[in-house]
Ligand binder design. Structure first.
Ligand code: NAP
Ligand code: MG
Length: 403
């Protein structure tokens, strides 16, 4: 068989632990036998990040900006325990955080829906894609625990020395205060990433904040979205037959529960954090979720939404069998290959990505799956496969589809 040829390399970011093992299996069994895989390889495994003083993460993000499409394996974000385990020079920052900051991106996550793994919300026929703003608000807060009586003030000193001051609260006893911020630049990037992704995937876009209560902070989000929509996207949305819809966050939550799905839900940072966990757990498993970081300049980085599955890796190291779900990692590759195929106009590459996804879902629909899914499926008499076995079953199905 002739292998599919690529033009531009994908930026390949390897990772850690169990997902690093799956990464190699997926490449060896499902990709390189069929594609003359062109990648520029960056090893973001923690050992190599430590050796390069994390320069490799920065290099991989720069390469992503150069080539436009990356695929990333899950990576360890070091904590105190990892400092000892890997004898680290420093507690390196989260690679995802570093890459996100450099690409100035928005993270889109959508459940991978398959027959037999039914969302608990019966009317969710189509996936709901969550778009999470990944900068500021409570994630970059400043807090004070107030010990007793006193006055809390919000003060802004402009470059020219002009001072704006507001009283937050006059305390007559102990309490708490918190300062948060965001920037028009970051909100603008967020809005553009959402509008572009809606056009790209031909789905309606919903956005919600608490602007009735937060008349300046949240209202600013609402205004920026509306201004950009009216100026740059309104006509393109009309042409694509999709809608932009703004509502209050409470109303959005209520509507989401009754909706059919098939739209993008843009959320401020905290709402996105919380709501994406709700949507993914309602759909079964973190391993059944796609995740893509999209920058306003149109750069894409595909990954799985879950971590490195440490507990399974330690079993693997002891020589014990694992049943780790590789679906999200397979879909990270298919997402990246499809995007590369679209950008370089290689229809056979797009077609291969479609078929690999179809083979993956088809395998599960035939009742062959990993343990995490076997525990929640509505199917009876399913076959529980180990990590290798599932990938082999997908390969068998893929060969059928390619024949
Ligand atoms: P995790 O790797 O997502 O795993 C948590 C648990 O979820 C697992 O123990 C497993 O449950 C289940 N699970 C997750 N993915 C699965 C899969 N593909 N197949 C089957 N079960 C799966 O989270 P963690 O253990 O908290 O984090 C481990 C490391 O990942 C940490 O060092 C963290 O920094 C890193 N992390 C990286 C990313 C990223 O790179 N995007 C994201 C999150 C966390 P059972 O044990 O019950 O089977
Ligand atoms: Mg969360």
């Amino acid at each position: 068989m002739n292998k599919i040829q690529m033009q531009t390399p994908l930026v390949e970011m390897d990772g850690d632990e169990m997902t690093r093992i799956l990464w190699k299996m997926i490449k060896d069994e499902l990709l390189t036998p069929y594609i003359d895989l062109k990648t520029e390889y960056y090893d973001l495994g923690l050992e190599h990040r430590n050796e390069t003083s994390d320069q490799v993460t920065v290099d991989s993000a720069n390469a992503t900006m150069k080539y436009g499409v990356a695929v990333k394996c899950a990576t360890i974000t070091p904590n105190a325990a990892r400092m000892d385990e890997y004898d680290l020079k420093e507690m390196w920052k989260s690679p995802n955080g570093t890459i996100r900051a450099m690409l100035d991106g928005t993270v889109f996550r959508a459940p991978i829906q398959v027959k037999g793994i039914d969302p608990c919300v019966k009317n969710w026929e189509l996936p709901i894609t969550l778009a999470r703003h990944a900068y500021g608000d409570v994630y970059k807060n400043t807090e004070i625990k107030v010990p007793g009586k006193g006055t809390a003030e919000l003060v802004f000193t402009a470059e020219d020395g002009t001072v704006t001051k507001e009283t937050i609260h006059v305390f007559d006893g102990p309490g708490i205060i918190q300062g948060i911020h965001n920037t028009d630049k970051s909100i603008t990037s967020f809005a553009k990433a959402c509008f572009n992704y809606a056009l790209d995937t031909k789905q309606d876009l919903w956005f919600a904040t608490k602007d009735t209560i937060s008349k300046k902070y949240d209202h600013n989000f609402k205004d920026i979205f509306q201004e950009i929509f009216d100026a740059e996207y309104k006509e393109r949305f009309e042409k694509a037959g999709i809608e932009y819809f703004y509502t209050l966050i409470d109303d959005a939550v209520a509507r989401v529960m009754k909706a059919k799905g098939g739209f993008i839900w843009a959320c401020k940072n905290y709402d996105g954090d919380v709501m994406s966990d709700m949507v993914s757990s309602a759909c079964g498993s973190l391993a059944m979720m796609t995740s893509v970081l999209v920058s306003p300049s149109g750069v894409y980085e595909y990954e799985a939404a879950h971590g490195t599955v440490q507990r399974h890796y330690y079993k693997h190291l002891k020589g014990e069998e694992t049943s780790t779900n590789s679906v999200a990692t397979i879909f990270a590759w298919t997402g990246a290959l499809r995007k590369r195929g679209e950008l370089d106009e290689i229809p056979v590459l797009v077609d291969f990505a479609d078929k690999l996804e179809k083979a993956t879902l088809g395998t599960i629909e035939e009742g062959k799956m990993t343990k995490d899914l076997a525990l929640i499926t509505s199917m009876e008499n399913v076959t529980v496969l180990n990590s290798e076995g599932f990938i082999q079953a997908v390969k068998d199905k893929l060969e059928e589809l390619l024949a």
